[in-house]
Design a protein around this ligand. Sequence first.
Ligand code: SAM
Length: 266
Amino acid sequence: MAGPILQSPSSFNESLRSDVANEDRISTSLDSVAPLEVSESLVPVREMKQAGTICVSLDGLLRRPIFIKEDLKEGCGGQLWPAGLLLAQYMVHEHRASLLGKTIIELGAGSGLVGLAVARGCSTNSPIFITDQECMLPLMKDNVNTNDLSSNARAIVLDWGSPLPDCIPYGSTVVLAADCVYFEPAFPLLISTLQQLLSPGSVCYFCFKRRRRADLRFMKQAKKIFDVAEIRGYMDHDNFARENLFLYSIRPRSAKNNITLLPNPC
Ligand SMILES: C[S@@+](CC[C@H](N)C(=O)[O-])C[C@H]1O[C@@H](n2cnc3c(N)ncnc32)[C@H](O)[C@@H]1O
């Protein structure tokens, strides 16, 4: 059986292009999770898949690569998505040394690539929470163990819109979310979880591939509640933008924006 293949972000755009050319669009398991409008950009990083395991080095940023097992049984999270690769690369490149003392939580982690890449490639001093729905828990745990990262990463269930698990401490949090905008009824649930997690001093790095106008509606809703800024200028930004991949920071509104102006009593 062939071993895992090594894929770096600089070549995954090529993969996406050839995916589209192959008309290898979207798995039925994704259809069963969410009624998506099928567009040519709705493609996972399918070219990279071989023997169910993908080896990700992030262009050599990870001295020891991450091995990601894929499993499509439980839906779309069981395979890698381009926004996950971008967010993993961005975090390891730009935040290698800035996460100390933070609680790090990945939402909608699927196979767990982003959290695992951060656990391996960034300096952290507490385990990263890799979270998703119950059905993804075995795959997330499997990938934590496969990469010998059980002291640096912990797979747990976090269902958007539900109360946060007790093990997540309150405080300065870095939230990671890749390709979590794809199912409109889940938008308010995701917003509610971000509201619970983003206390002052916290930030969410939010990466998604824009596929439909509804995806922008999510950002519009988020902008009403949080301080949202597009992150540009990181490595390969222009190439990613051409693939409709966008990266944002989402922060709690700064105090000045929260002030309600009372009518002047005079
Ligand atoms: C398109 S996949 C992206 C997976 C991974 N972040 C990546 O980039 O490869 C979206 C993920 O969001 C998760 N998800 C969807 N709805 C959710 C919810 N209500 N609560 C928690 N996770 C959810 C799915 O299970 C899935 O793993």
